[in-house]
Design a protein around this ligand. Sequence first.
Ligand code: BT5
Length: 279
Amino acid sequence: MTTPPSESRNEAPRTVPDRLLAGSLRRHLDTRWLGGKIHHLESVDSTNLWARTLARQGAVHGTVVSAETQTSGRGRLGRGWVSPPHRNLYLSVVLRPALPPESVSQISLVAGVAAVDAVREWCEAWIKWPNDVLVGGRKVAGILAEVEASGAKPVVVVGIGVNVNSTADDFPEELREKAGSLRLALGERLDRARVAGRLLTHLERWYDRLAAEGFAPVAAAWRERSRLIGRAIRVREPAGEIEGEVVDLDTDGSLRLRLTSGEEHRVVSGDVTVVDGYA
Ligand code: BT5
């Protein structure tokens, strides 16, 4: 493969594989049920959409879909996810939870905690509500959990995008200040199979913990990793902008906010800015 111009200078020779092969990913997995089946695609519209199709066709709990690139990577609320080829992780996991319906938003927080724990194996990282992973104040990972309710029991598809080896050139102008990658933080390329293996391993552990012990340990982990409780935040909601102090994370994954009026408000969706800046 020829080296793209943006990588030609100041770069050590490639010692890290370019492709994320299912076999190498499997070698880095330390799981019991997650990743029993791995579908790795060169290109797909969205790994979440592919995983939902597989779920409708009966894919087993723990099935993983990953791709080298996405042509329509999806974020929350109809937003997009920038997915340059061969650089990052675009993964979706099919989960068939033996858990109550309200656990869906909890599963999405489980994925956030797992993602931050995986990233922390390489560098300091924090969660921004609901479950963006930030490194040095820049978003390096995002989670999209969706319910596929076709059969008798709902299936949850958790999609995780992690910017592993992206350079600033990979991001459109408007994201350059906001988006980051592990490579940008560490100054070196990483083996994506290893990062994926650690991510899925943490995901299985946290998911099993939710199933065995309920939401309390997940919520505690989330609180510790977000450092958001007690902070003043501004939230851009569909209905307008509000400001207040974070009281706590609720059991459904929403944020409890005390407004300046003293009133309590629940933040279910929207974009959060920490008033005095995020770590
Ligand atoms: C998310 O949405 O953060 C969820 C992203 C989930 C992506 C994964 S990739 C595998 C799976 N398959 C999919 O199709 N999706 C999932 P949200 O909080 O709405 O953030 C989206 C916003 O983040 C965008 O509007 C941009 O501002 C920004 N953004 C887009 N691409 C980015 C990237 N690669 N890195 C950092 N920020 C990005």
